[in-house]
Design a protein around this ligand. Structure first.
Ligand SMILES: Cc1cc2nc3c(=O)[nH]c(=O)nc-3n(C[C@H](O)[C@H](O)[C@H](O)COP(=O)(O)OP(=O)(O)OC[C@H]3O[C@@H](n4cnc5c(N)ncnc54)[C@H](O)[C@@H]3O)c2cc1C
Length: 356
C-alpha cells in the first residue's frame, strides 16, 4: 500500500485525505493545532453549488448559519442589489465544518496527528501540502512563490438585522485599495464585518473608516489573515523519489475577486488525493477544469484594482443600465465567470437596451 502524508487538516487537507483513502492509499494527516478548524480565518460564505460538490463527504446543511439570496454591491456610491429570491449560497460555521471534515477523514481510515507542526519531517511516498497561504511545504520544496496577497481585518459585530440574507460588499480603491469591505450577516443579530487591502497596505485604518461609514461599532477582537490572490505557477513536482502536491490556499486556488477558496480548494484537493502518485496528472487535470475560471477572477480583480472610485461608480451605473443584476439572478453563479460570459449575456444587454 502506498502512503500519503497530508500536511494541514483544513478543508483542502481533509478532502485530499478522503480522496487518497478512496484510491486505496494509507493516509496520515499532520495538523499543527489541537482542533482542526481553529482558529477560523474565513467568513464561511460558500455557494450552494460549491457545497453540493462535497455532498458525498458532508451534509453541509448541518453547518449552515444563514442562507443567502444575493448581494448588495456598493460601487463607490452606486448600489446594485442582486436578489435570486432563494438561497444561492450559505454562510456556514467553518469551525464545525472543518472539524466534521477531519472527523470524516479519520472515520474513513486516516491517521490524524494533532499539535504536530511539520517543517521538514515529511513522511510517506507522496506529500500533499494543504497547509494554507503560508505553506511550509511550498517553501521547503521551493515551489514558485505567490506574490499577490490581500491582508484582511475582521470582527463579529451587532447589526440592525436588515437584509439578513444578503452579503453587503463595498467596492472602493480609495477606502480599501485592491480589495473591498464587507458585512456578512450570520443571523438577525450578528454579522461579520471586514476589510481587505492589497499587501503591503494595512487594512486596519480602512476597517475603522468602514465602521464609521456604515455606523456599526467594531468589537474588540479583530483578527487578521492573508488571502492569496493568484495560483502558483507550479503546484506539483517530484523530489528525491517523492511526489509533492499542493492544494487549496497553499496552491493559491482562490477566487481573487472575493477571496473565496473553499470551493476551488476542495475541488482541487480531491484531484490531489486521486493523483497523489501522478503529480503531472494532478497539475494537468486541475488546470483543465478550474484554471480558466481562476484566471478570469484574477483578471477581473486586476481590472477592479486599477479603477479609481469615479470609474468604479461609472462601471456600477453601466452594469445597472444593462440590468446585469437581473442576468446574474437568473444564472445563480458565484464561482464560474466562464459560465457568465455566455452569448446569452450579449442577448440580455441588447434586450435591456431595447427596453430603454
Ligand atoms: C478573512 C477571510 C475570509 C474568507 N472568507 C471566505 C468565504 O467566505 N468563503 C470561502 O470559500 N473562502 C473564504 N476565505 C478563504 C478560505 O478561508 C480559504 O480558502 C480556505 O480556508 C482554504 O482551505 P485550506 O484547507 O487550503 O487552508 P486552511 O483552511 O488555511 O487550512 C490549513 C491548515 O493547515 C494547518 N497547517 C499550516 N501549516 C502547517 C504545518 N506546517 N504543519 C501542520 N499543519 C499546518 C493549519 O493549522 C490549518 O488547519 C476567507 C479567507 C479569509 C482570510
Amino acid at each position: 500500500m502506498n502512503s500519503v502524508h497530508v500536511i494541514g487538516a483544513g478543508p483542502a487537507g481533509s478532502v485530499a485525505a478522503i480522496s487518497a483513502l478512496r484510491e486505496g492509499h494509507r493516509v496520515e494527516i499532520s495538523e499543527e493545532h489541537s482542533v482542526p478548524g481553529f482558529p477560523i480565518d474565513c467568513s464561511g460564505l460558500i455557494s450552494k453549488d460549491g457545497l453540493h460538490t462535497l455532498s458525498d463527504i458532508i451534509d453541509y446543511k448541518k453547518y449552515s448559519l444563514n442562507p443567502m439570496h444575493g448581494a448588495i454591491l456598493d460601487f463607490s456610491g452606486h448600489k446594485m442589489k442582486i436578489d435570486a429570491k432563494k438561497p444561492i449560497a450559505f454562510v456556514i460555521n467553518r469551525a464545525s465544518f472543518d472539524f466534521a471534515l477531519s472527523n470524516k477523514a479519520e472515520s474513513e481510515g486516516a491517521k490524524l496527528t494533532r499539535n504536530e507542526r511539520i517543517s521538514s519531517q515529511f513522511r510517506g511516498d507522496s506529500i500533499i501540502g494543504a497547509d494554507g497561504p503560508n505553506s511550509t511545504v511550498a517553501s521547503h520544496f521551493q515551489f514558485p512563490k505567490i506574490r499577490r496577497f490581500a491582508l484582511t481585518a475582521r470582527c463579529k459585530v451587532r447589526y440592525d438585522g436588515e437584509n439578513q440574507h444578503f452579503i453587503r460588499a463595498y467596492l472602493s480603491n480609495n477606502a480599501s485599495p485592491g480589495f473591498f469591505s464587507w458585512l456578512i450577516p450570520h443571523n438577525e443579530e450578528f454579522a461579520e464585518m471586514g476589510t481587505g487591502t492589497l499587501l503591503p497596505r494595512n487594512p486596519l485604518p480602512a476597517l475603522h473608516s468602514f465602521s464609521k461609514r456604515i455606523g456599526i461599532q467594531l468589537s474588540k477582537e479583530i483578527r487578521f489573515a492573508l488571502i492569496p490572490l493568484e495560483c502558483r505557477k507550479k503546484t506539483s513536482l517530484r523530489s528525491g523519489g517523492k511526489n509533492i502536491l499542493l492544494a487549496g490556499d497553499a496552491a493559491g486556488q482562490v477566487k481573487s475577486t472575493t477571496g473565496g477558496g473553499v470551493f476551488f480548494g476542495t475541488s482541487c484537493a480531491r484531484l490531489a488525493g486521486k493523483h497523489a502518485f501522478t503529480p503531472e496528472l494532478y497539475e494537468r487535470e486541475w488546470r483543465a477544469l478550474y484554471h480558466k475560471d481562476l484566471r478570469m477572477h484574477k483578471f477581473a480583480h486586476f481590472v477592479y484594482g486599477a479603477l479609481p472610485d469615479p470609474a468604479l461608480n461609472l462601471a456600477g451605473k453601466t452594469l445597472s443600465f444593462f440590468k446585469i443584476e437581473r442576468y446574474l439572478e437568473e444564472r445563480e453563479n458565484m464561482d464560474h465567470p466562464t459560465r457568465i460570459l455566455h452569448p446569452r449575456l450579449a442577448a440580455h444587454c441588447l434586450s435591456a437596451l431595447m427596453q430603454k
